[in-house]
Ligand binder design. Structure first.
Ligand SMILES: [Zn+2]
Length: 127
């Protein structure tokens, strides 16, 4: 059970994630399950510090796989993995609780608003 969400909320968000995942999976240009996206999930999950070398890896992976859809799939898979690991709803950077409102708007959100803003600013600087 998640430290943050109750079972009903988790079930609802999990269903929403799976729905989005199916939609992405059925679009052209996305490899079938078992493709390289497991590696990305691992990358995202193993991320604790926002170290520059990791951001480089992430960008390289993103380029290699290509496309926003695959990045989104990776985020969804990471979110699902975090549900299984009872870590869903906690920011992967600072471990603070991600507000329910944010999760409902963006079920694949892995960071709180503050960390997401930092992350995106860093990505812009690099990209
Ligand atoms: Zn955070």
């Amino acid at each position: 059970m998640s430290a943050v969400l109750d079972a009903a909320q988790l079930t609802r968000l999990r269903a929403e994630l799976l729905r989005r995942r199916r939609r992405l999976d059925s679009s052209p240009g996305v490899p079938a399950a078992g493709g390289p996206r497991e590696d990305i999930v691992h990358e995202v999950l193993s991320q604790d510090a926002d170290e520059p070398s990791h951001r480089e890896d992430e960008r390289a992976l993103g380029r290699a796989l290509g496309g926003i859809e695959r990045a989104e799939l990776a985020e969804i898979d990471a979110a699902l993995a975090r549900i299984d690991a009872d870590r869903y709803g906690l920011c992967i950077d600072c471990e603070s609780e991600i507000p329910m409102r944010r999760l409902e708007a963006e079920p694949a959100a892995l960071r709180c608003v503050a960390c997401e803003a930092r992350h995106e600013a860093a990505a812009r600087r690099l990209g």
